[in-house]
Design a protein around this ligand. Structure first.
Ligand code: RB5
Length: 153
């Protein structure tokens, strides 16, 4: 499992904690985010990482902005990305089990490092349940296809 990490300026400090944690637990990652003191707008940070999920360079994304919300909204505009802003363990677990989420979004101004790292662990170790949930994820993919057709007309 290879993870791509993205963050804007409001997520840079939490990103450092998460990267430290990934090093400790031996998870491979590419850090596409900005360092503390640098700036980037969260839609650009989301795009940078999500395109690497779509082309297969990384398997999943961890995206961090101030709230986790802006970067999740941006990430979900990219076809094939299923991003969830999480600040509780139940959501992190079920967005993997039921939605096959491939991007975990965290708020650097919302969650502390301890909780964030727990959410990361859940997100990286919980498998998609498939079954009836696969049909629903397929419906999401169909929505993307419908919008693509609309854009062409
Ligand atoms: C940046 O200041 C902040 O607006 C951004 O990180 C994020 O919280 C937006 O949703």
């Amino acid at each position: 499992m290879k993870v791509g990490i993205g963050n804007d300026h409001a997520g840079a400090e939490l990103k450092m904690e998460i990267v430290k944690h990934l090093d400790e637990i031996g998870v491979d990652y590419i850090d596409y985010g900005v360092a503390v003191g640098e700036k980037i707008d969260y839609p650009d940070a989301a795009e940078m990482v999500c395109k690497e999920v779509i082309n297969g360079t990384v398997d999943r994304a961890i995206l961090i902005c101030g709230t986790g919300i802006g970067i999740s909204i941006a990430a979900n505009k990219i076809n094939g990305i299923r991003a969830c802003a999480c600040s509780d363990a139940f959501s992190a677990k079920y967005t993997r089990l039921h939605n096959d989420a491939n991007a975990l979004c965290l708020g650097g101004r919302v969650v502390g490092a301890g909780l964030a790292n727990e959410l990361v662990d859940i997100f990286l170790t919980t498998d998609f349940e498939g079954g009836r949930h696969q049909r629903r994820v397929d419906l999401i993919t169909k929505l993307e296809e419908k919008n693509r057709v609309k854009e062409q007309n």
